[in-house]
Design a protein around this ligand. Sequence first.
Ligand code: ZN
Length: 111
Amino acid sequence: MGLLFVESLPGPKVFKCIFCKVDSASLDAIVSKDFNGRYGRAYLFKNVVNVCLGPNEDRHLLTGLHTVNDIYCSSCHQLLGWRYEKAYDETQKYKEGKYILERARMVKEGW
Ligand SMILES: [Zn+2]
């Protein structure tokens, strides 16, 4: 068993994992709030912390076929959202390398 390294974000406005309250993403990293996840609203972030990636999976989303990885909290291993590895439609390419976090799986701290 290894030591768990938990990264802290500077804030003041930070989203945290709703289950274990480690930092997940900062407000500044939001690209769009106009996404839908498995559990309702979801936000697109350019960067997140304290997550583990699942295997590559091809998934048909509302905007077409994408290769994605599910992302899990590295502290409590709950599913938080997914990462866009590859988009096949030119108009969706901006999502590549970015992360979806489910709004229902985050708590706001600092505002
Ligand atoms: Zn967690």
